[in-house]
Design a protein around this ligand. Structure first.
Ligand code: 13P
Length: 257
């Protein structure tokens, strides 16, 4: 476990209606412990249900934070279907996932889009959770470290060192997302260390030491301990196992061992 404050982020993807969001947020809030103050717990419901989760957590005076799964970089404008940073602030979001592989694949999000979104979020004082990760094909070809580092570099292009240190990076190998096939702790550590090294080279040692790097891809209570034990893994970005209050609670607790 590193000296950075750990994190556990639940990415609910396109799951849960408004009522179901309230129920799950309430169930997680009910399990919140005092020890959770030593870790950053974030839930990311669907855009239209952010307020539902916020209302539950606000009523409970919970320390759990809300994150969105996407944002547009423009302040406002003719962007049908999009949501701005100000709109996210308005519904209580403190974090926003950017460049998830599903958005890169299904919404053609590019490294340049990711960079614009990161800048817009930082301007609005929301924390970007920047997702990077290689496909199975790239892994098998052997150039995955270079590929992931280039994604990191592109996401942060033009930022100051102190801005980079405020961000979060999530390494999510595509071959491990929703497949049940987790990266081994050693495989995940190798890439997370390379990400930190890339940040050190470009933005200095301080930024590299403070930025949190998460692992995502089939994280479950059964495999989380090995991942959390790695020196460069500061937490998890979790899909499936975050949709159940018991398993998500176990994952949060694992960041504190
Ligand atoms: P799973 O945990 O369902 O593999 O999803 C990972 C992910 O994509 C989180 O953003």
């Amino acid at each position: 476990m590193s000296k950075r404050k750990p994190m556990m982020v639940g990415n609910w993807k396109m799951h849960k209606t408004w009522a179901e969001t309230s129920v799950l947020a309430q169930a997680i809030s009910n399990r919140e412990k005092n020890t959770w103050e030593d870790t950053d717990v974030v839930i990311c419901p669907a855009m239209c249900n952010l307020k539902a989760a916020w209302e539950v957590l606000e009523f409970d005076k919970s320390k759990i934070k809300i994150g969105a799964q996407n944002v547009h970089w423009a302040d406002e404008g003719a962007y049908t279907g999009e949501v701005s940073v100000a709109m996210l602030q308005d519904v209580g979001a403190a974090y926003c996932i950017v460049g998830h592989s599903e958005r890169r694949a299904y919404a053609a999000e590019t490294n340049e889009d990711v960079n614009r979104k990161v800048k817009a979020l930082l301007k609005g004082e929301l924390t970007p959770i920047v997702c990077v990760g290689e496909s199975e094909h790239i892994r098998n070809d052997g150039a995955y470290l270079d590929y992931v580092c280039k994604q990191v570099s592109a996401a942060f292009a033009g930022l100051e060192d102190n801005e980079v240190s405020k961000c979060v990076v999530a390494y999510e190998p595509l071959w491990a997302i929703g497949t049940g096939r987790t990266a081994t702790p050693e495989e995940a550590q190798e890439v997370c260390a390379a990400i930190r090294n890339e940040i050190s080279t470009e933005y200095g040692k301080d930024a590299a030491e403070s930025i949190r790097v998460l692992y995502g891809g089939s994280v479950k209570p059964e495999n989380v301990d090995g991942l959390m034990a790695q020196p460069d893994i500061d937490g998890g970005l979790v899909g499936g196992a975050s949709l159940d209050a018991d398993s998500f609670t176990q994952l949060v607790d694992a960041t504190l061992k």
